[in-house]
Design a protein around this ligand. Structure first.
Ligand code: NCD
Length: 309
């Protein structure tokens, strides 16, 4: 029996999770995945609990996934997006959080364009906070659903090779995945143009390269990422066409990989830029399984934080 308990805990980043914490969460996921495969996809586990989704940045997948996860567990789910909140009337983040807490919300799910905002809110709130993406910092629930999907495909991840390709420096998905994968014993290589590779990667025990064609040959899993132009202050690449020429996962490039390679993408996909349509829709792609598993992983987290042992 694991001694890990998430009851009442925040989920702010992968950095502060141990390998045992991650395994504990992943072990809880299959029983929630089963609920989504039923004809009636609802269990009473979190009846009477209130989940507030507070999104200051655009999101389709993550917001909907948290909403569906909460509803399948019978929680009441309230969605607040910044355009309809009183932050646009000048209310501070802290006051807004105090008000949501005063309405007895049981958990706050926060996405914000500035790194550290979920951590800031967690410090001032009694209720647990889940980070749904903070700036270019972390996106812990995405990394958990990614490693769950990988484990489903590959079995034990210890010693397996992951290759993460694209705009690594801007990507909270890359950062959280590197941490989660390393904690589960994977070898990780990141790949992209020099201007998109962050400094200090060696401290995380990660290799880096700009040579996709060479790196793909060792990979058991390849995770493709979007070029996040909305986070760039400078021009990092000459043009998307030149980027695609070197870093798009095409059918030809995929042929360089080992048999059984798993192709992933957190979405949103820019078809023809980082991934060719026929690869995104092809047999090696688990992109939609990632989305399916995202609901189950978030159900497991809400259960562990709000209800479970
Ligand atoms: C990502 C995000 O918002 O960080 N998407 C997601 O949550 N599935 C990646 C991206 O925006 O490219």
């Amino acid at each position: 029996m694991s001694s890990v308990s998430f009851r009442g805990r925040d989920l702010l980043d992968v950095e502060s999770l141990s390998g045992e914490d991650i395994r504990h969460i992943l072990d809880a996921v299959p029983s929630f995945k089963e609920v989504s495969q039923r004809d009636i996809k609802k269990v009473p586990t979190l009846r009477g609990k209130t989940v507030i989704n507070l999104f200051f940045e655009p999101s389709t997948r993550t917001r909907t996934s948290f909403e569906i996860a909460g509803k399948r567990l019978s929680a009441d789910v309230i969605n607040i997006s910044v355009a309809t909140s009183s932050v646009s009337k000048g209310e501070s983040l802290r006051d807004m959080a105090d008000n949501l807490a005063a309405m007895q919300a049981d958990v706050l799910v926060v996405r914000h364009g500035v790194a550290g905002v979920p951590h800031l809110l967690a410090r001032s709130m009694a209720q647990p906070v889940i980070n749904a993406g903070d700036g270019a910092h972390e996106h812990p629930t995405q990394a958990l659903l990614d490693v769950f999907t990988l484990q489903e495909q590959l079995g034990p991840l210890d010693g397996r090779n992951a290759l993460i390709v694209g705009d690594i420096a801007s990507s909270r998905v890359a950062r959280s995945n590197v941490l989660a994968m390393r904690k589960l014993g994977m070898r990780v290589c990141v790949c992209g143009p020099r201007t998109m590779l962050p400094v200090g990667l060696d401290q995380l025990g990660v290799e880096s390269t700009s040579n996709f064609d060479e790196a793909i040959q060792r990979a058991d899993a390849v995770m493709m990422l979007r070029v996040q132009r909305e986070r760039h202050n400078d021009i990092l690449i000459p043009s998307l066409a030149e980027y695609a020429d070197q870093y798009c996962l095409t059918t030809q490039r995929l042929q360089l990989a080992k048999d059984g390679v798993v192709v992933m993408h957190p979405g949103p996909i820019n078809r023809g830029v980082e991934i060719a349509p026929e690869v995104a829709d092809g047999l090696t792609s688990v992109i939609l399984q990632q989305v399916t598993n995202g609901v189950a992983v978030r159900m497991a987290l809400l259960y562990l934080i709000l209800g479970g042992g």
